[in-house]
Design a binder for this molecule. Structure first.
Ligand SMILES: Nc1ncnc2c1ncn2[C@@H]1O[C@H](COP(=O)(O)OP(=O)(O)O)[C@@H](O)[C@H]1O
Ligand SMILES: [Mg+2]
Length: 244
């Protein structure tokens, strides 16, 4: 069994640009001083985070809002780089990050499927073969040729997850997005996630629904105040988290 995802002492700082310390003038007349002050003005969203995820594991990251869960997924997906430390990923990822990421709101549902499937590496011929299955899974047939700016957040989540079902990934990462779908669609997504798990796909997800975490996951990574508070089985971690 191989390690699919590994975080080694990962630190992620966000620059807080809104507080430009010496204004535009400062940048022009004392750039070094301005730059140093700007760099001092950072927000540490992940502080020395380490964990590893093995092939075929289903892992949930849990924690309060703002803890750094989405940031961890974005680092895994490679859409951003850590400030220091290392993120190692071994395999092909199908990401479903925060809602609307990767979508173009003036394009129709169908066009967004094609665009995203392309970006995720499917060949044109394969997309043509699978697009009907994607649309059918989404249950959005009636709306599929409307621009997605008219979609609700639940419909966007359907569209995003439906694309993933027709990929052949080694790793799936899913942010909280499933929470916005209705319960029927959530059930369907979880069923699909289980099918991926049976095929040996590694799954990393963020969820606030502890019964889903208990039902679905092999391992839980609890992030609190930007550090890893605890890693363990759902049976160990969920009760502690709910108490806190
Ligand atoms: N691009 C960004 N620039 C600055 N701060 C950000 C950025 N993205 C997220 N943050 C801040 O980082 C913190 C953690 O964000 P996030 O990883 O989205 O948390 P979670 O998914 O656990 O709720 C939040 O306080 C958020 O405001
Ligand atoms: Mg988040």
């Amino acid at each position: 069994m191989s390690t699919k995802i590994e975080f080694i002492s990962v630190v992620k700082d966000y620059l807080l640009y809104s507080k430009l310390p010496y204004g535009i003038k400062g940048i022009i007349f004392s750039p070094l001083k301005s730059f140093r002050a700007l760099k001092a003005n950072t927000f540490r969203v992940l502080n020395n985070v380490s964990f590893s995820i093995e092939e075929g594991e289903v892992v949930a990251i849990i924690g309060k809002n703002g803890a750094g869960k989405s940031t961890s997924l974005a680092l895994t997906a490679g859409v951003m780089k850590p400030t220091s430390g290392e993120v190692k990923v071994n395999g092909r990822i199908a990401p479903m990050l925060e809602l609307g990421g990767g979508f173009h709101f003036e394009l129709t549902g169908r066009e967004n499927i094609i665009l995203n499937a392309c970006l995720l590496g499917l060949k044109k011929r394969v997309i043509e073969e699978r697009i009907d299955k994607i649309i059918e899974y989404s249950e959005l047939q009636e709306f599929i040729d409307q621009p997605i700016r008219t979609y609700s957040s639940g419909m966007l989540a359907r569209l995003g997850f439906s694309i993933i079902t027709q990929l052949e990934p080694d790793i799936i990462i899913v942010d909280e997005v499933l929470a916005v779908g209705d319960r029927n669609f959530q059930e369907k997504c979880y069923k699909t996630i289980r099918e991926f798990k049976e095929k040996g796909v590694t799954i990393l997800l963020v969820s606030h629904n502890m019964s889903d975490v208990l039902a679905l996951c092999d391992k839980v990574i609890w992030i609190e105040n930007h550090i890893v508070k605890q890693i363990g089985t759902p049976e160990q971690i969920v009760p502690l988290y709910l108490e806190s």
